[in-house]
Design a protein around this ligand. Structure first.
Ligand code: 13P
Ligand code: SF4
Length: 302
């Protein structure tokens, strides 16, 4: 593996590339990335790096967002089939119908969405900034797409707004049931429960802390608790072990792994940098339309 990592490092230099990775990809991939973070951090980082090529180790909406924000850069993925199913769980028609039905409406899309949905939205959010951004919007009615669970979570934090929800969900986070968390708590009653807001409301209600992957990692590092029940994808364990090596972490849920994030491997990273094949390509009108929602997120969420 050391040889493979050395070859990737050499290719990275030759291609003038930077590696961005999400916390859910395999440990080995996180370990050789230049920057590892949550989806908001990675979208910001993509606008700051100076290299000509971004090798994005995550799922398609993340690489697509990097391209939307950096049309002049080459954005590569180790596996272009790594896609987030939730990103496709909203129809353009849902947005058009809501716009026709409601005056004073803001369409808010979770970053886990396609470029087409971003292009139809007023602002993009992630779980780390959704509450702050929605609170700051002048509109009273909020159509939140595609994730119903993050939408309901934010709606509970911002009760002064009227939310319209969509049916999307994440299969990894909805596989974490209240019963599973209760079972884990019976075994480890001293544990703190840390949950991603893509979990269902009954799980989030039980949590001592709810937030993005970065938020969960920071909470584990700074909390005086020693034991944690983690309600998100198991990839965050790599960073949890780094920031809190003496603490204990238990994961719950029937699907602890995001199969799409796990498609990213070192071998595919090397191949992507060698061949430079299948860079993200977006129609310029679509890209420009989608850029507005992402830039507004950076303005309001910074
Ligand atoms: P974060 O923004 O918290 O990293 O979440 C991304 C994601 O896909 C969660 O499933
Ligand atoms: Fe999508 Fe869920 Fe995987 Fe996150 S964990 S990328 S929301 S399928």
């Amino acid at each position: 593996m050391a040889d493979l990592c050395n070859r990737i490092a050499k290719l990275k230099k030759e291609r003038d590339a930077v590696i961005l990775a999400h916390y859910y990809v395999d440990d080995a991939v996180q370990d050789i990335a230049d920057f590892v973070g949550d989806s908001y951090y990675l979208s910001k980082k993509a606008t700051e790096v100076r290299q000509k090529v971004i090798l994005f180790c995550g799922v398609l909406f993340m690489a697509e967002s990097a391209k939307i924000l950096n049309p002049e850069k080459t954005v590569l993925m180790p596996d272009t089939t790594a896609d987030c199913p939730m990103a496709h769980m909203v129809k353009e028609e849902t947005i058009r119908n809501a716009r026709a039905e409601y005056g004073d409406l803001a369409v808010v899309c979770y970053i886990n969405s396609t470029a087409e949905i971003k292009a139809l939205s007023d602002v993009c959010v992630t779980s780390s900034n959704a509450e702050k951004i929605i609170r700051a919007l002048p509109e009273h009615n909020i159509l939140f797409v595609p994730d119903q669970h993050l939408g309901h979570y934010v709606a509970r934090q911002v009760p002064e707004k009227n939310f319209i929800f969509n049916e999307g969900h994440c299969i990894v986070h909805t596989s974490i049931s209240r019963e599973k968390v209760e079972q884990a708590l019976r075994l480890h009653p001293e544990a703190q429960v840390l949950a991603h807001p893509e979990c269902t409301a009954d799980v989030v209600e039980m949590a001592d802390y709810a937030g993005s992957t970065s938020g969960i990692i920071e909470q584990a590092a700074t909390s005086p608790a020693q034991t944690f029940i983690i309600c998100t994808e198991v990839g965050v364990l790599n960073q949890l072990k780094r920031v809190a090596p003496d603490k204990t972490f238990y994961f719950v849920g029937d699907k602890k792994m995001c199969v799409n994030m796990k498609k990213v491997t070192l071998e595919k990273m090397e191949k992507a940098l060698l061949t430079m094949a299948d860079p993200i390509v977006l129609d310029e009108d679509l890209r420009a339309a989608a850029e507005h929602a992402l830039r507004r997120m950076h303005e309001l969420g910074g």
